[in-house]
Design a protein. Sequence first.
Lengths: 160, 160, 160, 436, 436, 436
Amino acid sequence: MMKPTEKELADFIIAEARLIDERKFLDWLALFADDGIYWMPLEWDQEEEKLTTSLLYEDMLLLRTRVQRLEGERTFSQKPKSRCQHLLQAPQIDAIDHDANLYQTYTPFHYAETRFDEQVILAGWARHTLSVMEGELKIRKKRVDIVNCDAPHRNIQLFV
Amino acid sequence: MMKPTEKELADFIIAEARLIDERKFLDWLALFADDGIYWMPLEWDQEEEKLTTSLLYEDMLLLRTRVQRLEGERTFSQKPKSRCQHLLQAPQIDAIDHDANLYQTYTPFHYAETRFDEQVILAGWARHTLSVMEGELKIRKKRVDIVNCDAPHRNIQLFV
Amino acid sequence: MMKPTEKELADFIIAEARLIDERKFLDWLALFADDGIYWMPLEWDQEEEKLTTSLLYEDMLLLRTRVQRLEGERTFSQKPKSRCQHLLQAPQIDAIDHDANLYQTYTPFHYAETRFDEQVILAGWARHTLSVMEGELKIRKKRVDIVNCDAPHRNIQLFV
Amino acid sequence: MNKLDITKLLRPAEVHRDVYTSDAVFAEEMKHLFRNSWIYVGHDSQIPNKGDYYSTTIGDQPVLMARHTDNTVKLMYNRCPHKGTQVVIDTKGNTGKFFRCPYHAWSFKTDGSLLAIPLKKGYENTGFEKSCSSKGMTPVENVKNYRGFIFARLNDSGADFEEFFGGSLSSLDNMIDRSPQGRLEVVGSPLRYMHHCNWKMLVENQTDTCHPMVAHESSAGTVKDIWDKEGVDGPKPMAVEVILPFMSPYEFFEGMGIRTWDNGHGHTGVHHSIHSDYSVAPGYFEQMTEAYGEERAREILGENRHNTVYFPNMMIKGPIQSLRLFKPVAADKTLVESWIFRLVGAPDMLLERTAMYNRLINAPTSIVGHDDLEMYERAQSGLMSDGMEWVNIQRLYEEDEADNPVATYNGTTEAQMRNQFRAWEKFMVMSMDGAQ
Amino acid sequence: MNKLDITKLLRPAEVHRDVYTSDAVFAEEMKHLFRNSWIYVGHDSQIPNKGDYYSTTIGDQPVLMARHTDNTVKLMYNRCPHKGTQVVIDTKGNTGKFFRCPYHAWSFKTDGSLLAIPLKKGYENTGFEKSCSSKGMTPVENVKNYRGFIFARLNDSGADFEEFFGGSLSSLDNMIDRSPQGRLEVVGSPLRYMHHCNWKMLVENQTDTCHPMVAHESSAGTVKDIWDKEGVDGPKPMAVEVILPFMSPYEFFEGMGIRTWDNGHGHTGVHHSIHSDYSVAPGYFEQMTEAYGEERAREILGENRHNTVYFPNMMIKGPIQSLRLFKPVAADKTLVESWIFRLVGAPDMLLERTAMYNRLINAPTSIVGHDDLEMYERAQSGLMSDGMEWVNIQRLYEEDEADNPVATYNGTTEAQMRNQFRAWEKFMVMSMDGAQ
Amino acid sequence: MNKLDITKLLRPAEVHRDVYTSDAVFAEEMKHLFRNSWIYVGHDSQIPNKGDYYSTTIGDQPVLMARHTDNTVKLMYNRCPHKGTQVVIDTKGNTGKFFRCPYHAWSFKTDGSLLAIPLKKGYENTGFEKSCSSKGMTPVENVKNYRGFIFARLNDSGADFEEFFGGSLSSLDNMIDRSPQGRLEVVGSPLRYMHHCNWKMLVENQTDTCHPMVAHESSAGTVKDIWDKEGVDGPKPMAVEVILPFMSPYEFFEGMGIRTWDNGHGHTGVHHSIHSDYSVAPGYFEQMTEAYGEERAREILGENRHNTVYFPNMMIKGPIQSLRLFKPVAADKTLVESWIFRLVGAPDMLLERTAMYNRLINAPTSIVGHDDLEMYERAQSGLMSDGMEWVNIQRLYEEDEADNPVATYNGTTEAQMRNQFRAWEKFMVMSMDGAQ
Ligand code: FES
Ligand code: FES
Ligand code: FES
Ligand SMILES: [Fe+3]
Ligand SMILES: [Fe+3]
Ligand SMILES: [Fe+3]
């Protein structure tokens, strides 16, 4: 695939969330480009990426760490394991630029994470920046803004 | 556009919700016809519009008031501001009547509103009655039923 | 319809949920094949259907019982009645097998059920197995997994 | 707590913050204040037919109001004498000739008295007839149906109905008289609006005439601003007519006057009010003249009281036919129910305005409501501050006030709040021991 | 509270509502009743191998059940002696040869005794060896493994196991004997069902034979109605066979009989029960005969007790191999766990019925469960009413009942409820001061 | 509670679990400990301009910090003297020349003093001037701006600022001196992380050097594992540089040393710390030398303290310019705020590392944070166990410790925890009656 269609872009976003719900974290990692970034800002409308605090701003090394940790023998905060579920509105295609090989999507979502008897539901918007690499769509950046980004959250352990 | 397609109708509904989430309230107001009405019944299966209580039954004058108030210098209940997020199921087209220039859509949604550290999630169905005016789709009536319409709610300050 | 399209399969799932929300339970029952089964496992990734506990594993006789009970004069747990709302992600078609006349769909959802002033939101995935019978799609099996299947729930009285 | 603990919480023009924030004080309010006072239960138009019922609460007590076979309205505790099950929990319905408990099918007449028990013989020679359970559901004895409005007092002793309300009934009368047939009917369900604050903050606010032009500048002020900009000539839209008066200047509120009655009742709008200048409903005056004669009709419609507070927790607006009930849930939690009424025999336009007023001012989705809730909840949390322990209600305070409970004042006085707290103390301690 | 406070809450055939609603009473139940009684912890088939553990609670106390290296079942408080961390919180797993606290890696043998501390030298000459922490995790001493069922008593003193349960163990025996090998195995996870009511309401309901035909008319009655309409000839489907008996007439329940034992235990279905007429699983009787001989096999299978209540908070159904645990969470909150067992060596059909029964009757998604929860929660709120302060359990009350704890009654008596409350008082006050 | 009740909860090297779990003890902490101590409020860079304000809490008290017209920082209780409304609830903003209450428009200077009341004449001859309300918002008198860091003590009496903190200010000094201009600025919003545990568990953890290699094996250990496998030669990525030291062996932590000061303050990393070996920011040393001269610059940068605890509820990391505030919400609830600062005049690379450290270690989405929260919350529930009532903090305990509050220890001692609890007792009881 050199020039993804709108449907291919949307299907990619939907497939990504499903991989997380099904805990296929290694397959999920494989969706990222080597320079991929997963970003959850701390503030509403946050612009700055590195010179202020974010909830999450991670490269592949850190994401691989998270994934390996989740299955770790001594990962006590995952005994028992958390589970999560994504509910996506149909992804909207905000930008298609074949020449720059850049594609932007916008996806409102609700995210449920549960462990023991507690369940939390986060509401927000995922903004993906994608590129085609070696014939496959890859995530260059996934930005997740939650509507209550500045609330006092407890543990959020999986991937929104 | 004289005769909107199903996709155009659905895209309109999706775009409307996004404008609210992005706090582009003036653009949102512009989606309404001059005689547009925004209605939230108080009772389940409520038929009566004017001779009984509703949660909301507002014409453009009142809607403009709300929007201007949200940005007001002395709007204390918006210091700090509320934020909201809509999550829509794909809108269903319930009626297409080109001759009458009337179009009906049905959209299940969840709505999250947050202020400070509180977040409330409302679940319901939006029913839009649309017409094409001067080549553009306009909202003649937006009816929003929430599943717990008769529950004792606290402030709901933005637009469901 | 002998060979349903992907759209027909998706529309069927969406229509099913709407019938429940609108309390058209008899129409909803009519969507099931005579040997239809409605299953809600108790455990995460549960395989066993009959030799272990489930939340729900019901044939048509039991489903008809539920529906009739919901309208019963002496159904005290439904005075007042519960209401529910489904919010579906666009159904994904996991398998199409025209020869076997078997179709599999996968639908992430959030489900809100309310009675009095209480509202609960369940997050999960619905997996439908469908067949065409006498020209109409029928539910052979509906499997509903909720993300917190093992949490200590209170009454869940309608249909997830 | 004992009498002294309570009296220490009040000064002539100041209230200790514990009155709003203490769980212990709240418990005493449920135990004493809400049982010694006459509390509004509901309207008899909610249960027009025999067997109709309506279930609600008085303070923290679940009660059941029913239309008995003799057509009178009966009130009883909603509690099965067997194992305590609430016999009905639906807010309203029709139970036919009797109530039947869903657990073991004990049945009761619509006045609560025991009708039948399955396998009754199982209680022979057990001494059952001597148990409290053998009587059936416990009735509430002190019930008054005042022109359709049902009030009850849970405690046996205390002031009787007329003594308790005295002259304040004139406001209810005026609201009812506005029907050419002298009859009101509840319309639809009440708005239910949850506030995280003490119930008394809401009651005080009903006669707080110095807050509208400040707290509601964002809502009423914006309507005014938009109307000034966009307003075409000719008649104002109904919504504008309803909201604009909230922005009236201090002089307007000073001039409207406040009247207090004994036992904590009182009202704003003695001389005029924000409801005075509503446009006339075509044909209405004629209907009223026909019913009452012109002079009396003018008298009725000339009375435009603003808010009348019926101590402890109800407020009505005669000219707009609405009633608000401030139901205490916890020291910091209050459920506000806003009801509206149809003037039987009057034009629909009046009901349309009443319904509009209700959703514009009293709904959880109402911008005016947002203004007020914000103040209450900020106060509830602000009172946690130990920097100052007293709430001030001193505006236009006069030393001899307490000696003249029935009086009329400048409309910006906080005298009615002080009047409420004098009554609060009276009905809190009347059933208390001197010491404990 | 002291002895007197507790005894004042009970009358021979009435219970004060505070017993169900008061937080103070609940706290005393945790402090006394649930420590003086033998409480069911779990089944040893949940931890078959060395190092297997299961974590749960006894009253409000977190405990850890483990299979020790000597293959016995050990019980200990789930609390690290260093800074209090729960050593495991997974409900089940295998810890290998020792437990290791995740905070600072103190380790403990599978009986809780201290194994090692990193940098142990840091405690030399500190007096550490004299501290309670130096012993390791505190063991629960009084543990009994009764044919696979693990019970524990937290307090050192009190009735011993056999004395506590007496004749009631016959119900457990019958359930276990129904396995040709005399062995049960837990199958799957328990249903967990949260109720906003007091735990004792659920326990009382287990021998409440006057409620099924009333409270369950909506579920069982509807099955009956549909089956009558649609039912083809020939054998009933398993689900119908299971649910229909709930609609049996009063005579059926009167006839089944109720038996009480000392210390609050008792059961329904002395002579027959709703489980009596289940269709036979092919081959099962042969298996039983082979194992026990025909006479003994008939004896075992002829015993069809309905619900056996093991005071204070457990119920079993021998004929259906299920166990329900009513875990107190708060005065108005109870978690019900419903467990099922496989009869080792018996046909799968029996397990299929057991699993079906569990989801049809005990699930939060079960219509029968909906019927019951509705009653409990209506009662919990109804008891807030001060119109009546006593719950009535007087049906078929006999003055000299207390003198004959072991007795058999007409099946509709409330004698077992009275029996429970006599035991409740006994085990509440046995560790209390006379006054306080 | 009285002095004796408090002192009974402590032993030289053990703490009773009620100190963490009792609501009564928590209430006393709010009433005494958090008013007798100097509590960090905020940083003056949050309110650079006149009229800027920041609202927060001290213990359970809502306070308002404002930049006054004279450019000084003023602190007042956030409570309107009229009816208690919180005057602002936005965490930050600019109020111009005065605060104006949104309810009735009373206005106050930016030091809280009363500016104006609408219709002021309404208070003439009412005795208003004698009421507490007439003064305006109640100011907090004891406020100290220490090089930009604002601290306050609510009670009038008690230790003064220098006496309270003593030598511990050296850590703040070092953090500030790391700016070539000796000035810090708050950057962005704080991370807010809710913990269901007692606030003291988090404070103790700040000097708990025996937990990283155990509790953080899952996070830091995994980074190490991945880096060992994947790590290319050459410099470590910043994230690896930051996280790896958490996996240092016991010897490392033993060697780093712990220092205690009087009144419960103390720090880890006397000789070196996990922050010692961060790579250098190009140009930074030159900037420092220019500002301070080479020797002093080396001295400042040579000091790499790990965590400095400012009793009761704050911690800073000088070398990484971060500050954590452990805000008590309830006995079992704590809100952790993690703030970062810019070294004015230093390279952005340092801020980048500070921001990265904050999100990697202190965020609710941080795997290191997950490790720690899991321990705290397991402990909070584990302490409900009555199997053992004391928490052990005996490691490297020395009998005469209390006599030498200012001392340096082996880095794995729990001496600083013991030091905190000695201060806890001191500041709890200093304002208590001997008996009650
Ligand atoms: S509880 Fe009402 S009949 Fe038994
Ligand atoms: S808390 Fe268990 S080892 Fe420290
Ligand atoms: S409450 Fe602040 S001005 Fe009245
Ligand atoms: Fe107001
Ligand atoms: Fe039952
Ligand atoms: Fe840590």
